[in-house]
Design a protein around this ligand. Structure first.
Ligand code: C5P
Length: 303
């Protein structure tokens, strides 16, 4: 089926978990070089992009999402129009399911969805490479939100190589009451390193080997994140969330990206349901969701 040009376009876009996140030293441009394994899960934001008299972004019922010109989805629409010389104002409505400021690339998912949605609305050729370049300008995680699946990210995280993964991973996501600001968490890691050089996560190869063989227990053992110590330092109660998840039967767990969401890896869907129920009653998190990955990146939904 071919979408009617100018008709509203619906797009879904996944959350991500960093299965492995090694952070290098602070660069002169204010970013850190990373080696990370991104993994997209089926916790999706949904965007509807429609032609309109002027640009607008709405996220009904959700607090804490930047409005107007500071919203990354709106910035994505305007940047795509500028780069291609096509398109016009759009109204973007976002159904948010990815936690805001949760370390799961919620804003990046919305930006990737806006790029895909506007390209479809304006009848632009698919051109994933061109979209990926624009995505990288919008934020370090936006190219991965476009690509989805499982991928190694280097540079700021924007340079991607797909990873062979035979594992279907079942997660419980424990959401915290308050968000964490990504720059603040990177800054806290710099501070901890200046104060005493805390241990750094090891090489990425064990995670890649575990994914290639589809060995969930080995994936659990290889989960690692340099930002976790910084997130713990800013929100000490996250240690308890992670410990509680392991006691509840998760194979392993890790703070997702810059946090504060804690991702708990479980053997199968039944184990995930069990761990989710225990976490929901544990008083160690605000909300709990189950999710599975990998899934594709931002996609137009054809109904
Ligand atoms: O790329 P993005 O705008 O999402 O990054 C937000 C902030 O996170 C940056 O301004 C920087 O402080 C921090 N960051 C970093 N190193 C990266 C990615 C992000 O220090 N590789």
């Amino acid at each position: 089926m071919i979408a009617r040009l100018g008709a509203p376009v619906r797009v879904t876009s996944p959350a991500k978990i960093n299965l492995h996140l090694a952070v290098g030293d602070l660069r002169e441009d204010g970013y850190h070089d990373l080696v990370t394994v991104f993994h997209a899960v089926d916790l999706m934001d949904e965007l509807v992009v429609s032609p309109a008299a002027q640009h607008s972004v709405r996220t009904p019922g959700v607090a804490g999402v930047p409005a107007g010109a500071r919203n990354l989805a709106g910035m994505a629409a305007r940047l795509l129009a500028k780069r291609t010389g096509q398109g016009g104002p759009v109204a973007i409505e976002i159904t948010k399911r990815i936690p805001v400021a949760g370390g799961m690339a919620g804003g990046s998912a919305d930006a990737a969805a806006a790029l895909v949605g506007c390209a479809a609305l304006w009848g632009l050729p698919p051109g994933r490479d061109a979209l990926t370049e624009i995505a990288a300008e919008l934020g370090s995680d936006v190219p991965f939100s476009l690509a989805g699946g499982t991928a190694v990210g280097t540079g700021r995280g924007e340079r991607l190589v797909p990873v062979l993964s035979r594992a279907t991973l079942h997660w419980v996501l424990a959401m915290a009451a308050d968000g964490l600001s990504t720059p603040q968490v990177f800054g806290e890691l710099d501070r901890l390193r200046a104060a005493g050089d805390p241990p750094r996560v090891g090489a990425v190869e064990p995670m890649l080997a575990a994914l290639a063989t589809g060995d969930t227990a080995a994936v659990a053992a290889a989960l690692a994140n340099d930002l976790q110590a910084a997130a713990f330092s800013l929100q000490p109660e996250l240690r308890r969330t992670l410990r509680r998840g392991l006691e509840a039967g998760a194979l392993g767990g890790v703070v997702s990206g810059s946090g504060p969401t804690v991702a708990l890896l479980c053997t199968d869907p039944e184990a995930a349901a069990q761990v989710a129920a225990e976490m929901a009653g544990s008083g160690t998190c605000r909300a709990v969701k189950v999710a599975t990955g990998p899934v594709p990146g931002a996609r137009v939904v054809v109904r």
